[in-house]
Design a protein around this ligand. Structure first.
Ligand code: ZN
Length: 151
């Protein structure tokens, strides 16, 4: 499998790739049964976003499960990764993931490009009093923060 960042832009639902030839050269081509249909200009293949959803890379599965364990809700995961919350629920079931109970703190997250990430981390106050995790997300970075040492 090819490396994620070359293949996928940040949100696969907003910028679909052709499931057959993997190119991003796709154009909208009407709506079929409430699903957006796309046409690949390279290989001439037609597909809908739901079909594309089934092609989801394990990269997204792992990221989604990571977020789930960290206490991010299904809806939030959907928003962050652009994969449906139903898919995430299915993966949680499939891999038998149980998130440890956590009522102490809630994670917050932000998506940065590389420059913004460096600027954010350069400010020392942004790195104090919190746990954080940086994860690569397409051509961007997601910083998840837990303000665990707060009152
Ligand atoms: Zn194609």
């Amino acid at each position: 499998m090819n490396s994620f960042s070359n293949l996928y832009p940040y949100n696969p639902m907003k910028h679909p790739i052709c499931p057959r030839c993997q190119t991003e050269k796709v154009i909208k081509s009407g709506v079929v049964q409430d699903r957006q249909r796309y046409h690949c200009k390279k290989c001439k293949y037609y597909f809908t976003v739901n079909k594309l959803g089934k092609q989801i890379d394990n990269y997204y599965v792992i990221k989604a499960l990571q977020l789930y364990i960290e206490g991010v809700s299904y809806r939030e995961i959907e928003r962050i990764l652009g994969v449906s919350h139903v898919s995430v629920m299915n993966w949680v079931k499939k891999y038998r993931i149980t998130a440890p109970e956590n009522t102490e703190y809630r994670p917050t997250y932000k998506v940065f490009n590389h420059k913004e990430l460096i600027e954010h981390l350069q400010e020392s106050t942004n790195t104090k009093g919190a746990g954080m995790l940086i994860t690569e997300l397409g051509d961007k970075f997601m910083l998840i923060k837990w303000e665990r040492f707060k009152e």
